[in-house]
Design a protein around this ligand. Structure first.
Ligand SMILES: [Zn+2]
Length: 222
């Protein structure tokens, strides 16, 4: 089996050379920011210094966002809705940090997850989100779709890592359930059938997984 490190190198090199509707990806290592960030139309920022397995999964997830954007799986309102939603979550965060019980935390990242989530749900009752439940659901759908495409790629490149990818996806989705005011789903599983992959999508996935190029070769092959 390929190691996570080899798989990340392979997929990264392939993602930069394979074209999807005329776009190859530009993957850039960055020193700070979120673990991964897709910048339409074709750039991904990847946070340096993480474990190879995490880097691989984040890269695959961001490729999922790129794919969804490029083949127009997200609705046209998605980009604007995310901006509105992020603005609202920032304001909720500000309100949380002003609470008397938060005074001993220097910043939001220091607050234990459970405490943060409970406070978030409480503050969200006082300042309602500008997006209705349907539009919030579409933001979650996009996250789930990107993880499901990541799963479909892992299925081809490193099938041994499928279960670990699902565990990572569940961890990554949890803050979205809370932040979008939607019920958590600790047993979330990717449903590749639901993606209804087109021949073009399948071709892209198999091209991403093509081994033996760019100096990377799966173990056990000549
Ligand atoms: Zn995402």
């Amino acid at each position: 089996m390929m190691t996570a490190e080899d798989a990340a190198l392979l997929v990264r090199a392939r993602a930069e050379s394979v074209q999807l509707r005329g776009h190859g990806l530009h993957v850039k290592d960055v020193a700070e920011g979120p673990p991964g960030y897709f910048r339409p139309p074709d750039a991904i920022d990847l946070l340096e210094g993480r474990m190879p397995l995490q880097t691989l999964f984040t890269l695959l997830h961001e490729i999922g966002h790129f794919w969804s954007f490029t083949v127009e799986r997200r609705g046209s309102q998605y980009g604007g809705d995310v901006v509105l939603w992020r603005g609202w979550t920032k304001e909720i965060g500000r309100r949380i940090m002003k609470r008397p019980d938060m005074q001993h935390y220097a910043n939001g990242g220091d607050v234990p997850r459970e405490t943060w989530d409970r406070s978030f749900r409480e503050e969200a009752l006082k300042l309602s989100c500008p997006l209705d439940r349907t539009r919030r659901g579409l933001i979650l759908d996009e996250e789930a779709r990107a993880w499901t495409l990541a799963y479909a790629i892992v299925e081809v490149v490193v099938p041994d890592l499928q279960q670990e990818l699902v565990a990572e996806a569940r961890r990554a989705l949890e803050p979205y359930f809370v932040g979008l005011g939607l019920p958590s789903d600790a047993n979330w599983v990717p449903n590749v059938v639901e993606l209804r992959l087109s021949p073009e999508d399948r071709c892209y996935i198999s091209e991403l997984a093509m081994p033996g190029q760019y100096g990377v070769r799966p173990r056990g092959t000549a």
